[in-house]
Design a protein around this ligand. Structure first.
Ligand SMILES: Nc1ncnc2c1ncn2[C@@H]1O[C@H](COP(=O)(O)OP(=O)(O)OP(=O)(O)O)[C@@H](O)[C@H]1O
Length: 212
């Protein structure tokens, strides 16, 4: 696939991914892009008796309306089964996912696609031919991570504990050799940002060159 290599940013919640990403995008306008997560939200089934009222004067084939939802959810499930989605999840009956095609769309626009995924997402991406740069952002310690998450004031005690538990697992897995091209310890934000820019430098330059 032509176009710049995508970037996978992974690491525990609270490690500083959003902080670093925001800064990167602010300092490099028109260089980075995000893939659009595809979602399918099933609508409540419309009763036949309400159809004419909802359709008003527009004449639509009734069969299409009643089956389009099923067809769409089926099509997305087929794509997931065929491995076209690098991540997907179901929350209360809704399907969410990032497809390979969506990432390739960003690449085709000469943008570096940033993917913020968990360790499971990293493993899925490894099975594709996307060839991204794999970056793990890690906190200096569990204690500091906990403090940052508490100070951020976005979590309940329950969600905080869940994030810390997931962080323990993430921190262990990120040490496995060969998983990431670089593990950045986000102790000092300035130093972490410099490390991030360094590893992306070559790709950023390619995008800039292709623009001019
Ligand atoms: N080097 C740093 N020193 C001190 N505080 C930091 C540092 N980096 C980030 N923070 C702060 O830590 C908190 C968590 O950072 P951030 O929200 O960027 O994490 P995240 O990895 O994107 O988390 P999530 O996956 O939950 O979105 C934020 O309040 C941020 O301002």
């Amino acid at each position: 696939m032509s176009g710049p290599r995508p970037v996978v940013l992974s690491g525990p919640s609270g490690a500083g991914k959003s902080t670093l990403m925001k800064r990167l995008m602010k300092d490099h306008e028109g260089i980075f892009g995000f893939s659009v997560s595809r979602t399918f939200v099933p609508q409540p089934v419309i009763g036949l008796n309400r159809l004419p009222m909802l359709l008003g004067a527009t004449l639509l084939p009734v069969a299409d309306i009643l089956s389009s939802e099923d067809l769409e959810i089926e099509a997305m499930q087929d794509s997931i089964d065929a491995g076209e989605f690098i991540e997907n999840a179901e929350f209360s009956g809704n399907l969410y996912g990032t497809s390979k095609a969506a990432i390739e769309d960003v690449q085709a626009k000469n943008l570096i696609c940033i993917l913020d995924v968990d360790i499971q997402g990293v493993k899925r991406i490894k099975e594709t031919d996307l060839n991204p740069i794999y970056i793990s952002i890690q906190p200096p310690s569990m204690e500091i991570l906990e403090k940052r998450l508490r100070d951020r004031q976005t979590e309940t005690e329950e969600s905080l504990q869940k994030r810390l538990e997931a962080a323990r697992i993430d921190m262990e897995l990120s040490k496995e050799p060969g998983v990431f091209d670089i593990v950045i310890i986000n102790d000092d934000i300035e130093r972490a940002y410099e490390e991030l820019k360094d590893i992306l430098n070559e790709e950023i330059k390619k995008v800039q060159a292709a623009k001019s």
